[in-house]
Design a protein around this ligand. Structure first.
Ligand code: NAD
Length: 502
């Protein structure tokens, strides 16, 4: 189903949803969070209740208190049971204490529950909320489970730490299809893909390739690809050029905050985290601890999350009623401090008073902003990922990463030459990706982390046993081999990056 399609041609995208029996109350797990969390949750729930939302809340405790009680995940095992049973989770922001190995509960929740799609609509409310971009109406669809957020990091030498960037075909297919389906059911015209595949040809390259593959299935929707750096610059400068943006996790994280901020304020944006089974809805901002307990915070971000939640559970009429009342309140100039502007706003209010004003406007429509009308019967077509048949995978070499504190790559190459045998030979050494042997530049700065590539003769393969023998030889020659990466070809195509400058 769809929760967008507006009267006339302006849209306010929310989230396509699962149809539910509107007579029955939907159980929703709520967490009031930390900092301003409890205040904005209370305001949001008051508005939902006044509007007639058919929900029954079940509260769990997550966040700072749980972390500080010694639970590094920030959530108790019983709370997971509640979240998994109810399937719909409305979460206020939480504080992750600094240091102490505390894991981000947001990232854990998204990944545990398979919430692969993070949807963040960013709409400007000109002229009622100050923005340089009066015609901005972007939806960022961010991949939510992969990328550098796998959080797999290792220190390997005195000088070098690595973080693994993992990108999968199912991950790319699911999020790209979600973006196109979202565009289709919301009547959106264009999907733009942002990657950095000029540098990360394998990982970002896969995302771009999958985007191109899926785009052809949606001929009615325009598609384009931008390199993220210039694309992000364009988005910040002329956001009206963009409609739906789909991108990888880290880029999406950064872009969506920028996009919400330039639309008016991060305090106004909500987000939906959608999976095949469960969904979580939240504000995009954090717990703003300095504003806590003062009745000043803007509850709009969480309210926007809650509106997407209502759409998701099929309560589109209530969602519509709240959104139109909220738009009317913004239009009336009843603003919290973060968006208050002399000459534009009429009254500066606190959290409670803002909620009261929205409640008073329930049933009213905005007069100048476009009222919303959410369609009730559209469905996203999101088939389950089907694993492709396995390719022909051959081992065609190995990168041995070496911890070595010397400075001249030629000297390291001399030492490594002792490992050459009739199966594999040293073919290249790189340092932080750039080729330093053979024929490196003396100007290239080198750390103590060296990638040493061993390959068989062109067109030949090697065996795992030969890799193990190579490593044994390395250790007995006093080489500090810190890790290996096998070099594979799939269906005859090399599936690893060349050295920079190779
Ligand atoms: P923040 O978003 O909490 O606050 C940044 C600033 O934005 C605040 O000082 C405040 O001036 C303003 N602001 C944010 N939300 C507002 C609102 N609703 N109304 C009015 N003003 C608002 O970011 P931060 O200070 O970097 O992070 C604070 C804590 O929040 C950290 O512990 C961080 O880990 C956590 N955090 C949680 C989430 C989440 O739970 N989803 C997201 C981001 C940050």
């Amino acid at each position: 189903m769809i929760c967008d399609v507006n009267i006339n041609n302006t849209s306010q995208s929310v989230i396509p949803f699962l149809p539910q029996n509107q007579q029955m109350k939907q159980k929703v797990t709520i967490a009031k969070g930390d900092g301003i969390g409890p205040e904005i949750m209370e305001a949001t729930l008051r508005i939902l209740s006044a509007a007639g939302a058919q929900i029954e809340t079940e509260e769990i405790e997550v966040g700072e208190k749980v972390y500080l009680s010694g639970n590094t995940s920030g959530i108790a095992a019983e709370s997971w049971d509640v979240i998994r049973r109810n399937k719909v989770f409305l979460k206020a922001p939480i504080t992750t204490p600094q240091g102490g190995g505390y894991k981000s509960l947001n990232v854990t929740t998204r990944k545990f529950l398979g919430l692969y799609s993070n949807v963040r609509p960013c709409l400007s409310l000109h002229p009622f909320v100050a923005t340089k971009h009066p015609h901005m109406d972007i939806v960022i669809v961010r991949e939510n489970e992969e990328d550098l957020y796998a959080g797999i990091e290792h220190q390997q030498t005195d000088e070098v730490i690595q973080c693994l960037k993992l990108i999968s075909r199912p991950g790319c297919e699911k999020i790209v299809r979600y973006a196109f389906e979202y565009a289709r059911v919301n009547g959106r015209k264009k999907v733009t893909c942002f990657t950095k595949d000029n540098i990360m040809k394998q990982t970002d390259g896969l995302f771009h390739q999958v985007f191109d593959e899926i785009a052809v299935e949606y001929p009615e929707i325009e598609n384009e690809h931008w390199i993220i750096d210039i694309g992000a610059a364009k988005m910040a400068d002329t956001p009206e050029m963009f409609d739906v943006i789909v991108t990888l996790n880290l880029y999406g994280d950064v872009l969506s905050d920028i996009s919400a901020q330039i639309a008016g304020s991060v305090g106004l944006a909500g987000s939906a985290n959608i999976g095949e089974e469960c969904a979580m809805f939240e504000a995009i901002h954090g717990s703003a601890p300095r504003r806590a307990g003062q009745d000043v915070a803007n509850p709009s971000g969480l309210l926007q999350g809650a509106i997407m939640m209502l759409c998701h559970i099929g309560q589109t009429e209530v969602a519509e009623k709240i959104q139109n009342a909220w738009l009317r309140t913004i239009e009336d100039g009843i603003h919290t401090y973060d968006i208050f502007k002399e000459g534009v706003s009429s009254r500066k209010v606190g959290t409670k008073e803002f909620a009261q004003a929205v409640i008073a406007n329930l049933g009213k429509q905005p007069l100048r902003l476009m009222p919303v009308r959410y369609a009730k019967d559209a469905q996203l077509n999101l088939p389950k990922y089907k694993r492709k048949s396995a390719g022909k995978k051959e081992l065609v070499g190995v990168d041995v990463f070496v911890h070595w504190s010397g400075e001249e790559a030629d000297q390291l190459a001399e030492q490594l030459a002792a490992l050459n045998n009739d199966k594999v030979k040293l073919s290249m050494i790189t340092n932080r990706g750039i080729k330093v042997w053979p024929q490196g530049f003396k100007e290239t700065f080198c750390t103590d982390h060296w990638r040493c590539r061993f390959k068989p003769e062109e067109g030949k393969t090697i065996s795992n046993e030969e890799v193990i023998a190579l490593l044994q030889q390395a250790f007995s020659s006093g080489i500090d081999a810190i890790k290996t990466e096998n070099l594979y070809s799939f269906d005859g195509k090399a599936a690893y990056s060349l050295g920079q400058g190779q």
